[in-house]
Design a protein around this ligand. Sequence first.
Ligand code: PMP
Ligand code: GLU
Length: 397
Amino acid sequence: MLKVSNRVTSMELSPTLGMSQKSREMKAQGIDVINLSVGEPDFRTPDHIKKAAFKAIENNFSYYSPIPGFVALREAICTKLKRDNQLDYTPEQIVVSNGAKQSILNVMMSVIDKGDEVIIPSPYWVSYVEIVKLAQGVNVFVPAGIEQNFKITPEQLEAAITPKTKAFLFSSPNNPTGSVYSKEELKALAQVFEKYPDIIILSDEIYEHINYVGKHESLAQFDSIKDRVVIINGVSKGYAMTGWRIGYIAAPLWVAQACSKLQGQMTSGASSIAQMASVEAFNGDQSCTQEMKKAFKQRRENAFDLLKEIPSFEINKPDGAFYFFPDVSKLFGKSCNGQMINNPTDLSLYLLEKAKVATVTGEAFGEPNCLRLSYATSEEIMTEAISRIKNALDKLN
Ligand code: PMP
Ligand code: GLU
């Protein structure tokens, strides 16, 4: 019988990209949808980075790159890690891939065997779970609700560890909650990991530059565990380069070598032109990241003031990334013309139909009480979106 593999059949579609596609289709039909679903900076890639790409084309960067990326790019990443994070890495420890998403897949495929457990704080980013499943690992969730600002405690982490635990995967600043772990909080987690030397720690730092509470803190700063930490990062969010598809790991040598081996059979090196543009992103003028952060911060203030006035939303002020993640459970049980709202998926569909605002259900992130709104859009559009949401909510009773 001709059929799709069980592997793909049992996989969920990416709900973030799915919702975004749905609003794109509605827009193509002439419907005025506001898309707060996908987490993607609306800014243009800075000009100096674009120029580096033009130059790379002119200079015939049209051949295969080394599998883990050009040395120039891996050196630029090491320089960045030293400059921004005070961390020492050599180019051999860096593997460049087609986005941080592939970086995470590479690492999971390289370190997880069938049945190995991967601890993931919940809420989590949608693709983590499916990537672990692809690697035949077992997802072990550690729940952290709004009352603990969506951050796990060291006690919770330790309670989740079993002899089968192989890896830990989390993001700070966090998608979908915007929470940021402080240095002290990370240190407390590191102290737990010190007791369990066989656990590999994946620290997804893709929102590093979108942090409103101060300096970015990485789990790799703790020497006692650094040789087991894999930093995941890339240019998508900090440099407004989502479509260029460049992500990277900074990892222990054995993990980097395994990822490179895997990548050599799967995709080869990432786009040579996008790599050369990324060299400029890391080595060039960094003020663009600061300017974008400033704009995101302003948008956060404006939108937060409006959202906190919605009585049915319980909302924390996010410290980083560009998402709000309100608890919307007060709305469960309400309806409009027979359309019941029993969970955030119902609410997300209701808002899409009634308010023409696309959001993402918290269920996609493992949190059945919340809804994710991305504010990577202009203040004007965000203000209009919130006003539409309010109007639609007023119709529920
Ligand atoms: N990690 C997190 C937490 C994300 O939100 C994203 C955004 N898609 C990624 C990784 C992957 O980013 P990219 O593949 O665009 O580098
Ligand atoms: N990270 C973004 C999001 O969560 C991009 C979409 C995706 O890759 O899932 O919306």
